[in-house]
Design a protein around this ligand. Structure first.
Ligand code: X8Z
Ligand code: ZN
Length: 594
């Protein structure tokens, strides 16, 4: 028999509200939240510790611990009495302070992930989530009959000019989808069952609720991003296919670009296309340790503190040494283990431009954690103003760390090196921004919305996926992909960060707004070539956002920080000169892929 979470401990505070109003009601709510917070912090820490071990050392016993800890946490967070009490307090009166209301709303949102009214479904979900993660994290890629890591595959895709070799590497990267299909189909049902129990239309709707938005509102926002960037994307697409056809000695495709022509496994970032802006050679002689230290140095220069010693001792930052049998998750992540100062990152850093950017991204999360881990921010609100803010900070610092003035200052680029401004802008559009919007706001978000909102049948997973890839990205697979495969599940977020990928699309738009504000209003420099390094004023603006965590509505935080609502204005203005340049480059050429 499953034991219900600490009924005895919670009892005194889980009584129905006394009917009090005004200060008494606030006191009652605060007493409830104090006890809730302490259990929440304790149980989420145990659960994060177990997940950390399971992700950094994939073994059945670690899987078992992750499931055990996950169940204990879920039983608490979704306890019926927690739900009833939080609802009753919220309904009892408008006298509650905004901070108390926000916490109660978050308590309900956390409960909706594991409602105690359907304990068997919740338990099955915890088990299925953990199983899916361990199948994914323990998967060993095979290339040309030999074991290969994700970094090995990425290296081929970013350097090889042999289309046959590229195709084999791309196809090898997709093999992970097959063993994940069954688990994804099970999770689709379980995640939806959990979310629907608490009145959400689907698991996608539950995740979108982080933004205080409905699914139609979110999809309209994302469609807007796609529409606004579409003209530039069509130009970049036309320019790129000619460029790559020349590079590979192949005819220019009349329609979509073959997926294995692009360096990224999903075509999400079009790196390495602009030779003049290729920074990889400058990282060749650096160590992986230098990459992470250099990222910390950037944040220090803005006035952020040194990372705690425990970050360096507890993180898992580098690839598993050759010959070791340990298996670990290959995707970068940042962890706030105890919601205080135990912060860690899981990466497999190699000395190249991609990991340089990723290290800055992950430290953005880490500094967000450290900034809101303070007594004024209650544990349940130790999160980003919304999840996109969390993603956007490190992305913003990555743009800053790729600006030429800084790269020269840090000794990465030689002082005499000149790169034409338009080439840099072109590279940034391709590698970080415009195809990324088509991918994140287009393919990923539409496919996941269909998966949950429309209960997409497993027999249609791949067909729907490739339909969106073609429609939004203008990319096609090198040969037909049947339903025995599951290409969406090759993207880690579909398995272990479900229904949240629009976070990155919104983060991309948001980071341009913050960047524009910092460059123009604080540094008084051109957004396209500015240097934040050493700017305490820029750091102060960031800290003013980060330290609030999720204590205030995100729209207010954004308006206060930038004077604007969420919009693609800054992003489009940043790339404006590129559009004019591409119009000349593409004059007389057909744009589009259908
Ligand atoms: O997953 C990530 C981070 C971890 S939060 C490395 N990113 C997305 C991806 O890799 O698909 C960063 C940008 C997009
Ligand atoms: Zn991230």
């Amino acid at each position: 028999m499953p034991r219900t979470w600490p009924a005895i401990v919670l009892c005194p505070l889980l009584l129905a509200p006394s009917g009090a109003q005004g200060p008494r009601l606030e006191e009652e709510a605060q007493a409830f939240l104090a006890l809730y917070s302490s259990l929440y912090a304790g149980l989420s820490t145990v659960s994060a510790e177990a997940s950390w071990r399971a992700s950094t050392d994939v073994k059945p016993e670690h899987d078992g611990e992750r499931v055990g800890a996950g169940k204990a946490y879920s039983r608490f967070a979704g306890d019926r009495r927690v739900i009833e009490r939080a609802r009753a307090l919220l309904e009892a009166g408008s006298a509650l302070s905004p901070l108390t209301r926000r916490q109660l709303e978050r308590v309900l949102l956390a409960a909706a992930e594991s409602p105690g009214t359907i304990p068997d479904v919740v338990s099955a979900r915890v088990e299925a989530e953990s199983h899916q993660a361990s199948v994914q994290d323990g998967f060993e890629y095979q290339l040309d009959g030999r074991k290969a890591t994700a970094n090995d595959i990425d290296r081929i895709l970013s350097t090889s000019r042999d289309l046959e070799e590229r195709r084999r590497a791309w196809e090898a990267s997709k093999e992970i989808g097959r063993p994940l299909k069954e688990g994804l189909a099970a999770l689709q049902k379980l995640r939806n069952a959990v979310a629907r129990e608490m009145g959400y239309s689907s698991f996608y709707a539950l995740q979108v609720a982080d933004y205080d938005m409905t699914v139609p509102e979110m999809q309209a926002l994302l469609e807007g991003f796609v529409r606004d960037t579409r003209p530039l994307y069509r130009h970049l697409h036309a320019w790129t296919k000619r460029k790559l056809a020349a590079r590979y000695g192949a005819p220019v495709p009349a329609g979509p670009i073959p997926a294995h022509w692009i360096n990224n496994r999903w075509g999400q970032n079009w790196t390495g296309i602009v030779e003049a802006a290729d920074l990889d050679p400058y990282f060749k002689d650096r160590t992986p340790e230098w990459i992470v230290k250099q990222a910390e140095a950037f944040y220090l220069s803005l006035g952020f503190p040194r990372l705690p010693e425990s970050f360096w001792t507890r993180s898992d930052l580098y690839p598993v040494p050759a010959g070791s049998a340990r298996r670990k998750n290959s995707h970068a992540s940042a962890w706030h283990v105890d919601l205080e100062l135990d912060v860690r990152s899981l990466m497999s850093v190699e000395p190249n431009e991609r990991w340089f950017g990723t290290a800055h991204h992950e430290l953005g999360h880490i500094y967000y954690y450290l900034s809101y881990a303070r007594p004024e921010v209650p544990p349940i609100l130790r999160a980003g103003a919304n999840r996109a803010f969390h993603e956007g900070i490190g992305e913003l610092i990555s743009i800053a760390a790729q600006q030429v003035p800084y790269l020269k200052h840090a000794g990465i680029l030689p002082r005499e090196k000149e790169i034409e401004g338009i080439q840099l802008l072109l590279n940034e559009a391709l590698a970080e921004t415009v195809p990324f919007i088509a991918w994140s706001a287009g393919v990923m978000s539409h496919w996941e919305a269909d998966l949950y909102e429309k209960d997409l049948p497993p027999g249609e997973y791949n067909a729907r996926w490739w339909r969106y890839v073609r429609e939004y990205q203008g990319i096609e697979p090198p040969s037909p992909r049947g339903e025995e495969r599951c290409d969406p599940a090759t993207k880690t977020h579909v398995n272990d960060d479900a229904a949240q990928y629009y976070d990155y699309a919104i983060a991309t738009v948001l980071k341009h707004q913050i960047h524009d504000h910092i460059a123009r209003r604080i540094l008084k420099q051109d957004p396209a070539s500015c240097n934040y390094y050493g700017s305490k004023d820029a750091g102060e603006l960031l800290v003013s956002i980060l330290r609030q965590g999720a204590t205030r509505p995100w729209r207010e935080v954004l308006r206060e920080a930038t004077g604007e609502d969420l919009s693609t204005r800054a992003l489009l203005a940043y790339f404006k000169p590129l559009e004019a340049w591409l119009e000349v480059e593409n004059a007389g050429r057909r744009l589009g892929w259908d």
